[in-house]
Design a protein around this ligand. Structure first.
Ligand SMILES: C[S@@+](CC[C@H](N)C(=O)[O-])C[C@H]1O[C@@H](n2cnc3c(N)ncnc32)[C@H](O)[C@@H]1O
Length: 315
């Protein structure tokens, strides 16, 4: 049976990013910045029949699946294959601006289960983790070429892994004998490197290191602040932007960005005179987490957070 990603906080997205009301005109536009297999887009197009969607994904393989799934919606949906930060940074001036923007960050179940690119520590697959061939380095490059201290820092910073130093040491030791280019191999090295009690905790001991590698390979934490700024710029006034995050590193970036949009002055507190212009640009509408029922039905949703803002001015 085909495995399909379960969209997270779906009802909440439909409600908080509703295009209903006089602010949105007769033909509102939603940009789904992380289309994946198109679960959110499918629900939006089904519920709001005057809505059109542009669906972005860096990964052409998953986007192909979304195209098939969304085919019945015809020209109400169009597609862009590429990184979301490139898309918004080069938004054509003659293209209609969106009323709604959604980000559902991270990767899809497809990536873990079907992509064959080593996102999961469970499978005997090449350790690649690139969402797009345009990513400059693979996870194999990082694991085999990074100095021990830098590797430990990367695992600690992007994975918040407390055994980062032990893991980096074990990786460096192992790669002296043989290049590490297989996901399951790396997971076994990590398993052996951590203390015995950590091996049988709530999550597999390789979970955080794999998260760190994926974030580094795809430049996730560099792209996010860039894209929030440029996506908010193209959003229409009265438009709404929602972001679903899955770990505290990205949630912090979104929280601070939204908070700054909603403040009158964002100069550092120690600065005596305001130089930022001091205008509030957005209103914070919501911060939503999944309910118990959703977490029971779809356990990966447990760490999700949806934050939504409404743009109130464009200067
Ligand atoms: C969590 S999945 C989206 C799932 C989708 N909302 C659904 O309900 O089916 C995130 C998707 O965003 C894509 N993605 C992640 N980072 C991206 C980036 N910087 N630019 C473009 N696409 C990205 C991934 O390839 C993945 O398909």
């Amino acid at each position: 049976m085909e495995i399909v990603h379960t969209s997270v906080l779906l009802e909440e997205c439909l409600e908080w990013l509703s295009p209903e009301g006089e602010d949105y005109g007769p033909h509102p536009l939603l940009i789904d910045s992380t289309l994946g297999e198109g679960g959110h887009t499918y629900a939006f197009l089904s519920k709001y029949n005057n809505l059109s969607v542009i669906g972005i994904d860096a990964d052409s393989v998953i986007q192909q699946k979304a195209k098939i799934r969304l085919a019945d919606f015809g020209d109400r949906v169009s597609f862009y294959n590429g990184w979301f930060d490139d898309f918004y940074a080069n938004y054509p001036t003659d293209r209609e601006n969106p009323n709604l923007i959604l980000f559902d960050l991270g990767i899809s179940l497809f990536h873990y289960e079907e992509s064959g690119r080593g996102f999961s520590f469970r499978y005997d697959e090449p350790l690649d983790m690139r969402l797009s061939p345009s990513a400059r380095i693979s996870a194999t490059d990082i694991v085999n070429k990074t100095k021990e201290k830098d590797l430990a820092d990367l695992i600690y910073m992007y994975g918040e892994e407390r055994f980062s130093r032990r893991i980096a040491r074990a990786v460096v030791e192992a790669r002296q004998h043989e290049i590490i280019e297989n996901a399951k191999n790396l997971a076994d090295i990590i398993y052996r490197a951590v203390p015995a009690e950590y091996r049988h905790g709530a999550i597999h001991p390789a979970t955080k290191t794999f998260q760190a590698l994926r974030i580094a390979v795809n430049g996730e934490l560099e792209r996010l602040p860039r894209v929030l700024e440029s996506a908010f710029d193209v959003l229409k006034v009265n438009g709404k932007m929602g972001v679903i995050t899955f770990h505290s590193l990205e949630d912090r970036i979104v929280k601070v960005f939204f908070r700054n949009l909603s403040k009158k002055c964002i100069c550092p507190p120690e600065q005596a005179v305001c130089t930022c212009g001091g205008k509030k640009r957005a209103e914070i509408l919501a911060k939503v987490v999944p309910g118990e029922e959703e977490i029971k039905r779809n356990s990966p949703s447990r760490s999700a957070r949806l934050r939504v803002v409404k743009k109130i001015r464009c200067d």
